[in-house]
Write a protein that binds this ligand. Structure first.
Ligand code: SAH
Length: 344
């Protein structure tokens, strides 16, 4: 059994099933998720017998950093981790004035096929377990020795395509017995699985939901994102409205600006119509060009002009500060480079 995947209730059931007291669960959870120990022998307030039993019956998920890149420009750190089965995932640490934010992956690879994204090129291999998602935050906290205050699920993978594990991860991440990160400080980004967005709304969580929109109409979105063939753009935006109404949490929209593709004045106008009445926030991200595709990032002036036009139409907009440009900053680039080097 992998003990890092168990939430506090499951850990409690396990303790009771082996004749231990209930409070042992909380002790173990704290060792794993607050002290961040990697071995049962370090759990010094448990009896020797219990430690022995745990090491006979359980594994702890420990993500091994195989490469760490640090940006000389802004201190952003990109981690490549090896999982116990040898698969690789990447995560990013960003330092802001408000604290440390970690961007994690939710799957090994991705099957959504967005045209501009490096994570999807080699396809999908498997889902990450709750312990492996949490393990990325914990391994980074162990390395940087600062408290991680914010988490964004915006790395490789589609989180809503790994729904049950995502939910289990959210509950563990925000558990007061563990890292105790507030749900308000967690953002989940989706390419738009409409049925799952609606399901998530019913969970009544207070996390922030971001939609990767990237186009102002259905036709252009279908060109860039295969998911648009399954769910129409209007239906997708309606699901985001539903999420906002049901949870009371403001939603955000991600829009990667691609020169000559989705940054025309016409796009700004259509976007403002599409999103009217939501009071939503749009994050503009100049596309991070990947060598496998011929997409170009607009100039700073062009991005600013697009932003100003949206603001004129009454849309709340920011151009996302690009972090870690000098390292393999775009989703999936670091892992892909490593796989290529290994000849996989
Ligand atoms: N699958 C989820 C989360 C992972 S991608 C989603 O689609 O939202 C995180 C964000 O990075 C998404 O908005 C995605 O569209 C964007 N992205 C991927 N590759 C990019 C690139 N090369 N340049 C800019 N943004 C990119």
């Amino acid at each position: 059994m992998n003990i890092s995947d168990l939430n506090i209730d499951e850990l409690t059931d396990y303790m009771l099933s082996i004749g231990e007291k209930k409070f042992r669960a909380r002790q173990i959870y704290k060792w794993l998720h607050v002290s961040l120990v990697t071995d049962f022998s370090e759990m010094t307030d448990l009896s020797k017998e219990l430690r022995k039993r745990l090491s006979d019956e359980c594994m702890i998920t420990v993500l091994k950093p195989v490469e760490i890149q640090t940006s000389a420009e802004d201190g952003t750190k990109k981690y490549l981790f090896e999982l116990s089965d040898g698969n690789l995932v990447e995560s990013v640490l960003m330092r802001y004035r408000f604290g440390c934010s970690v961007c994690i992956s939710s799957q090994v690879g991705c099957r959504m096929g967005c045209r501009f994204c490096a994570s999807t090129i080699d396809g999908w291999l498997r889902n990450l377990t709750p312990g492996e998602m949490l393990g990325q935050v914990e391994a980074i906290q162990r390395d940087c020795k600062e408290r991680v205050s914010h988490v964004v699920v915006m790395g490789t993978g589609e989180p809503l395509d790994n729904y049950d594990n995502l939910l289990a991860f959210i509950r563990m991440l925000t558990d007061p017995n563990g890292l105790n990160i507030s749900q308000r400080d967690l953002t989940v980004s989706t390419c738009g699985l409409v049925d799952k967005i609606r399901q998530l709304a019913e969970e009544k969580l207070s996390i922030t939901l971001a939609l990767s929109l990237h186009a102002s109409d259905q036709e252009k979105r279908m060109e860039l994102m295969p998911i648009a063939r399954r769910f129409d753009i209007n239906e997708t935006v309606a699901a985001m409205k539903y999420y906002q109404r049901t949870t009371g949490r403001r939603v955000t929209f991600e829009y990667s600006l691609i020169s000559g593709v989705n940054d025309r004045p016409e796009d700004a106008r259509k976007l403002s119509v599409l999103l009217s009445g939501i009071g939503a926030h749009i994050n503009l991200i100049p596309v991070n060009p990947i060598k496998e595709r011929d997409f170009k990032s607009p100039s700073r002036q062009a991005a600013e002009a697009f932003s100003a036009l949206l603001a004129k139409y009454g849309i709340n907009v920011t151009i996302r500060r690009e972090m870690g440009r000098d390292i393999d900053g775009a989703c999936g680039q670091l892992r892909r480079r490593r796989l290529n080097r290994k000849g996989i």
